[in-house]
Design a protein around this ligand. Structure first.
Ligand code: FES
Ligand code: MG
Length: 593
């Protein structure tokens, strides 16, 4: 953490804070009186509301329904103290809760809903700046997307990861342990009670997932984008430093309002490229491209899915966190966190050093002197864990875009599928197709299912339209009969997402999805497909004539079938969502900038 002194003296240079239109507008006495009396009714005084001090919102994402972010209820007290001490007035309000693991059918639905709600709040209420409390997977992009749309001074405060989980002397990482426990259960090595105990050991305290899942990824990338204080993302939730970061964040936002430092000053194209590179170095989640591209679209910054390959693929893996590595959140923080990673990339000229951050300094100035404190956890650039750790972006007759996380391809997997010495990045295989997660669960252990160690598992009907919000279901465990033979992974491909805590090298986020006219809808069990990770191609080896015939047949049957909506929002979102390759945003919202 840097100790930036907050300048409260150079107030406003004649600029009128937007909250004055509510609380101090003599030309509109009627409304001013109405606003004032109601905001006074819980004890804020008239002098405070008319003092000309910035009104700072604290967008509270924590609640009992959102355990990952719940600690923000405590941290908000320190945020308030920072705001007050720097000369601002804090107003805390709830945002739509999103709990990744608790929301049915998928929290993917709620990111855009939370975004919409927060935009309305920031636009419609007397706020001059906002502290975005972030943490669990989608709470982070929802908040940054809204800040981008409204473009008022905003700073993010991560809630921090949980403490490390332990079981029998080994680190158990949230989410990641579930995939392992499932295999043990399917293979009959543990029972139901043992399964639950093993999984629960990974969550020993308040905070978000302690693995490099989507939460740690998005909180790290928020810092890399410049939207949170340097060094703040990785601090575990229960640590005292986390409380201190909350206090400093409160102070900083008041300074940002005076300086009129807005998201558009910070989240530039350069900042997004920095985020892509950091994502490769940390072994970030496959959800990152969806969320980062969504933030960029609302910010009006040109960022394409192909940028993830051209800017990020060649960056090596430096951070040794599960699922790509061994360690967890506490270790990441002690090893130096995001600034140590950025300093390593800066040494190779891989960071746009002049990108501005919330504290008014450049990312280069913030991170230049950061050192690695434990080289087992954060590797120096010249001793990277793996080369080329970014995403491969694929296209072909199956989809226009899909991604594959190269840093999680295991040696076992490489041996089985990428062992052709003439063509080490290509593989070919027969597919088994599942229409949605329910179909997969119903059939995967059916003895009649024709699947062997060379089969590719396909999940379709799981995209933003087909399974509203896009389900995290593409990483599918092999059938129990193969697990018992020691086959732990089959290649998986699909139009859904997968949890960032999964170490599966799936090809996912396929756009367009089957339900939106994508080629996956034409694929049939028994077809062969060919993947070439070097050329970035994924094709079904089916003739154009045959594909034409299938397309006509599908159209005659009324198109790709998917389950109906269960709630009003599911139906509304289905009508306006884009595909994952372009961020799966609410398309009509993009023009509001
Ligand atoms: Fe909330 Fe992982 S489930 S951070
Ligand atoms: Mg997730």
């Amino acid at each position: 953490m840097t100790d930036d002194s907050v300048n409260t003296d150079d107030i406003r240079n004649g600029r009128t804070l937007r909250s004055r239109a509510w609380f101090d507008d003599p030309s509109n006495a009627d409304m001013t009186a109405l606003y004032l009396e109601r905001y006074m009714n819980f004890g804020i005084s008239l002098e405070e509301l008319q003092s000309g001090k910035p009104i700072i919102g604290i967008a509270q994402s924590g609640s009992d329904l959102s355990p990952c972010n719940r600690h923000h209820l405590v941290l908000a007290e320190r945020v308030r103290e920072g705001i007050r001490e720097a000369g601002g007035i804090a107003i805390e309000f709830p945002v739509h809760p999103i709990q990744e693991t608790g929301k049915r059918p998928t929290a993917g639905l709620d990111r855009n809903l939370s975004y919409l709600g927060l935009v309305e709040i920031l636009f419609g209420y007397p706020l001059d700046g906002v502290v975005l409390t972030i943490g669990c997977d989608k709470t982070t992009p929802a908040a940054l997307m809204a800040a981008a749309t409204v473009n008022m001074p905003a700073i993010a405060l991560s809630v921090g990861p949980m403490l490390n989980g332990w079981h029998k002397g080994e680190r158990t990482g949230s989410g990641t342990i579930v995939w392992k426990a499932r295999e043990l259960l399917a293979a009959g090595e543990i029972d139901y009670q043992g399964f639950i105990k093993l999984v629960a050991s990974s969550a020993p305290s308040t905070g978000y997932c302690n693995t490099m899942g989507t939460a740690t990824t998005m909180n790290s990338l928020t810092e890399a984008l410049g939207m949170s204080l340097p060094g703040s993302a990785a601090i575990p939730a229960p640590y005292r430093d986390r409380q201190e970061a909350a206090y400093r964040t409160g102070r900083q936002i008041v300074e940002m309002v005076h300086a009129d430092r807005k998201p558009s000053d910070i989240m530039t194209r350069e900042a997004f490229v920095n985020a892509i590179r950091v994502n490769s170095a940390i072994g970030g989640s496959t959800n990152a491209p969806i969320h980062i591209n969504a933030i960029a679209r609302h910010m009006g910054v040109e960022l394409k899915i192909e940028d993830w390959e051209s800017e990020g693929r060649k960056v090596p893996l430096l951070v040794n966190l599960q699922p790509a590595g061994e360690y967890l959140g506490e270790d990441y923080y002690r090893a130096g966190g995001v600034p140590a990673v950025i300093a390593q990339l800066m040494g190779q000229g891989l960071i746009h050093e002049n990108a501005l951050t919330v504290n008014g300094r450049s990312i280069g100035d913030n991170c230049r002197d950061a050192t690695i404190e434990d080289e087992r956890v954060i590797h120096p650039f010249d001793d990277a864990l793996r080369p080329d750790a970014g995403f491969s972006v694929l296209h072909g007759n199956l989809f226009d875009s899909a991604i594959m996380k190269l840093s999680v391809i295991s040696d076992e997997f490489r041996e089985r599928f990428l062992s052709d010495p003439d063509d080490p990045w290509a593989f070919e295989g027969r597919v088994v197709v599942f229409d949605g997660p329910e179909d997969y669960h119903a059939r995967i252990d059916d003895p009649a299912l024709d699947v062997d160690e060379r089969t590719l598992l396909i999940m379709r009907g799981a995209g933003p339209v087909g399974y509203p919000g896009a389900a995290e279901v593409v990483n599918m465990r092999p059938p129990a009969k193969l697990l018992k033979m020691g086959i732990h992974a089959l290649p998986c491909m699909g139009d859904g997402r997968q949890s960032g805590t999964s170490g599966s090298p799936s090809i996912l986020n396929a756009s367009p999805e089957a339900a939106a006219g994508g080629g996956l809808a034409l694929l049939r069990t028994g077809d062969r497909i060919r993947i070439d990770l070097n050329k970035g191609e994924a094709n079904m080896l089916v003739s154009d004539e045959e594909l034409d015939r299938r397309r006509k047949e599908l159209e005659a049957a009324g198109g790709f079938a998917y389950p109906g909506s269960q709630t009003p929002w599911q139906e509304m979102q289905r009508g306006v969502t884009g595909q994952m390759g372009t961020g799966a945003v609410l398309e009509p919202a993009v023009k509001y900038q």
